[in-house]
Design a protein around this ligand. Sequence first.
Ligand SMILES: [Fe+2]
Ligand SMILES: [Fe+2]
Length: 162
Amino acid sequence: MISEKLEKELNEQINAELFSSYLYLSMAAYSGSINMDGAAKWFQKQAQEELEHAMKFYHYLEERGGRVLLTAIKEPKKEWKTLEEAFKEAYEHEKYITGRINKLMDLAVAEKDYAAQSFLNWFVDEQVEEEASTLAIYEKLKMVRDYKGGLFMVDRELSQRG
Ligand SMILES: [Fe+2]
Ligand SMILES: [Fe+2]
C-alpha cells in the first residue's frame, strides 16, 4: 500500500502529465496555424506520449492500492511568437517536469518506498531524453532563426518522427 502523501503527489503528477499533453497539443495547433506541419506532427506525437505518461501513473497508483482522483486541467497558452519560442518553452516545461519527478523520488526515498523508487526510475531516465530532444530542436531553430530555407529543413526533419 502506498502512503497517503505519495498518493496525493502521484495524483498531482497525473494532472501535470495531462497538462503537458494539453500544452503540446496547443503547440501542435499553433504549429499548424503557421504551416509548420512537421512541427505540428512532432507536437501531436509528444502530446500522445504525455497521455501515456499520465496512464503509467494512473495504473501504478491503482496497482499500489491508491485511488486516482482527477482534477481540472489548466488552460494552455495558445500563441507563441515563433516556433523557436514554442520549443524553448517546451524545453523549459520539461525541466519543470524533471524537477517534479525529482521531488517525487525524494519523497519515495524518504519513505523508504523501494517499489516507488523503482517505478520512478523510468521517469528519471525518460526526462533526460525529453530535455535533450526539446533542447536539440530549440538549438537548431535558434541557429536557422529567420532563414526560411533552414526553417523548412528543420520542419521536414520534425515530420520524420516515428
Ligand atoms: Fe511526461
Ligand atoms: Fe515530457
